[in-house]
Design a protein around this ligand. Sequence first.
Ligand code: GLN
Length: 492
Amino acid sequence: MSDTTRMTATAIAAAVRGGELSAREVASSALNLIAQHEGELHCFNVVTSEVALAQADAVDEKIARGEDPGPLAGVPIALKDNLCTRGVATTCSSKILEGWLPPYDATVVTRLIEAGAVSVGKSNLDEFAMGSSTENSAFGASKNPWDTSRVPGGSSGGSAAAVAAGFVPIALGSDTGGSIRQPAAFCGTVGMKPTYGLVSRYGLIAFASSLDQIGPFSTTVTDAALLLEAICGHDDRDSTSLRDTPTSFVGPLAEGIAGLRVGVITDFLSDADPLIVTAVRDAAGALASAGATVDEVAIPELMSGLAAYYLIAPAEASSNLSRYDGVRYGLRVDGPDVAKMNAETRAAGFGPEVKRRIMLGTYVLSAGYYDAYYAQAQRVRTMVANAFNRAYERFDVLLGPTTPSVAFQFGAKIDDPLAMYLSDLYTIPSNLAGHPAISVPFTLGEAGMPVGVQVFAPALGEQAMFRVAKAVEDAQQAGCRGPVELSAGASR
Ligand code: GLN
């Protein structure tokens, strides 16, 4: 049997659609690699081998009947474990959802199955997607396949690690403040957050509803565009879902970047690690050589985004997480009355970071503090969006680092929430504005760890964003992206 684990999604789908590979063969290859290395990396909360083989067989049967198996025919995918999957445990890496089996699939999951993808498992995350390292998972952290003493980033760390390990060519994550792009940068994969409303959030377990978006992980920009095509588009089941959006992202990649105006955000270069700053400058140079017009732009308002996010996101989380009360879902710890049962359930079911966010969020929404914190944060949010929009009068896309540093060691920031929060300094502004952004592996930095460069675009500017991301990728240093060689890489 051929080993298909280092193929791109584009190549697998073409081979399966063309009858050169069966979907079952591809699924078995992925499941074998996972069986060998999952113990070292802990990418998954559950590996769904039977589901995967059944979905693969369904694709092979469609092909045998002469039907179109879809654009992702036979492509293995990992699903972040905050996406509802019918009859398959969905935990958000929290004890509070223990034993809960969703009665429905998220819209993105339904669309992936229609597109022919094969889901191999539910990937690990920081509990309720709150964190930047997966160390907040109730089920243990995922490891970075480049160096298992380092975090894969978070919160979608399991998805990023699964792609970087070559377990799957593509994965889904969710990005509320950077949870796709930051782990993508840490693991040497592509990771993209779409425009708010481009991808349905129906069946994504809510963290901060005005910020959450689902998006792709992949090894190449083309695969990210292909995956986004499969999951985007209007959905009546999500009231924030946009209508009449662009839906084609792979085709426009061929247009190149001649004439596009790129602005390098200088505010993001003052505190980043020097090798990361050099990477951004080199990427900007490569874009200029490829025909773009490159200039610098100062957008100091963006630096206030982090503070506003850590008021708005906890406020929304405190509201969203009030539904976990021991009555309807998952864990219940009994008490002498209902209020005590609620309290005991939450005390036992939520981890320390989730409790911190709920308390912070409840505080900033409380009478007497609302104006000073929550309302003020909303004003800063508007200021960030306006500042981006002013920059987009002069530029088609913006460029900057994804993270201030490369992947850090386990334990380095877990006892210092503020240091952990600062990992998202450069990713959060796009969430506040609702804009798309993508992280592309560009080079190796400190300790030989991958460095991601981030391309930002205005709302629904995905096509230009992908074109520029492809040009960044075309200039990337060899060996800076996954999949890594596991036998050597995993124990480095
Ligand atoms: N790390 C950020 C947080 O902890 C972002 C998380 C996310 O995007 N889900 O809130």
